[in-house]
Design a protein around this ligand. Sequence first.
Ligand code: NAD
Ligand code: UGA
Length: 457
Amino acid sequence: MSFDKNILCVGAGYVGGPTMVMIADKCPQYRVELVDVNQARIDAWNSDHLPIYEPGLDQIVRRCRGRNLFFSTDVDLAIRKSDMIFVSVNTPTKTFGQGAGQASDLQYVERTARKILECAKSDKIVIEKSTLPVRTAEAIKRILHSGGSDVHFDVLSNPEFLAEGTAIQDLLQPDRVLIGCDDTERGKAALEELASIYANWVPPDRIVRTNIWSSELAKLVANAFLAQRVSSINTISALCEATGAQVDEVAHAIGLDSRIGPRFLKASIGFGGSCFKKDILNLVYIARSLALNEVADYWEQVVRVNEWQQDRFVRQMIAEMFNTLAGKRIAVFGFAFKADTGDTRQSPAIRVCKELLDERAELRITDPKALANARLELGENELIEYVTDPYRAAEGAHAVALVTDWQLYRDLDYQRIYRSMTKPAFLFDGRNLLDHQALFHLGFNVVPIGKPRLVHF
Ligand code: NAD
Ligand code: UGA
């Protein structure tokens, strides 16, 4: 069967995977291929057990795989066959050398650019899908054009705004698709070629065209603004606890102002996920490199507040539980960084569990999708048990610490849980997910975020 276009994505992760699956589903006229250096990941994409959990994803994969959607590790061949190449490799925070702890580690992006240069025999449009520091496209273009051949590469920026857990919905109906290009005729033509793919399902007014640097920067800034809202409301949660105000009521009241809006105002144990912290620190690093120290300090504070909020949660647990957690069993409800994902990267659960272990608490960790990743994060240890059944996690525990906002935790039989726990039984709701009054009446001592604590003594 012949296809109108060969679309390739290098990097079959949380972004490359769902994004290409959506393109394949909406555009049967194109052949879409995902390649990755990770054989296990590709094998999983080709199996019934996909490497990532995302509601609705497996049905679409089943529909498209083998029709116009393919997964492989043959990067060289796939590059040769392709017309357009999305680069969706990881861009973690650097852990070594200059900029360690803040700058983006661009080695995977650079390696991909060099691979494209090595294998390409015809002109290609190369699309930055990974989140990158502003002006990375310049470096990519230099590498791609360092070969001295006749092959021409157009580089576009097309950052992804999907959130995990709602990736399919976000891709189906994006608030916007952002594409940045060089201000040249070739650049604009390449942009229109990419826009025409999205036009298969995205309304024209949602496809936003900018210059390439604005596009790169807008992605970092979008994440910084979202994270800033979470940190902002989390600072207010501490004020609420000290004054008797209720953070959900404050958030509701301010969110009704259409200039503020209601979203991303849910006070919590703090934000997690692979990107918020990494992207803000990258922004901080860029600002500092440009000697914009006030800008850097401003954004850095968003990350500091996030860490403070997680530490505050543990401090509160210690204070409520008579200043010692040593030898006490704590059931940790949820390890994923948010509901509806198995992803645990930068999950608040990691920091919280490590601090609880420092206090010599015994942890029983439960999560419907993230236990395998939790094991990778914390390892095996005589103080940790990983259990699938939340009721078993809570048996004999002195406290439940609810860390992830899985809906299933709202629907548990808390009477049964209370009966099985050591008394006095504490419940620390790091997501304000549960009915605190009802739990209090069952006998629990309840400590929410940003609301008065409900205790029996
Ligand atoms: P990921 O780690 O899940 O996936 C990246 C994949 O790239 C890995 O499977 C890795 O093996 C592969 N890879 C690395 N180098 C390669 C190479 N040279 N050749 C082939 N494959 C290679 O990462 P992710 O969460 O999908 O994120 C990818 C990018 O998208 C990052 O820049 C991230 O900031 C950005 N982003 C992520 C999200 C999200 O929700 N996770 C959302 C928007 C943007
Ligand atoms: C976020 C952005 O929402 C996406 O637009 C972006 O594409 C993505 O980062 C990325 O670049 O990786 P994601 O991290 O998947 O998506 O999830 P979010 O829904 O943004 O939640 C992030 C964290 O903030 C979670 O830990 C969540 O529990 C927390 N959060 C979110 C709150 O604590 N309160 C809120 O009101 C909202």
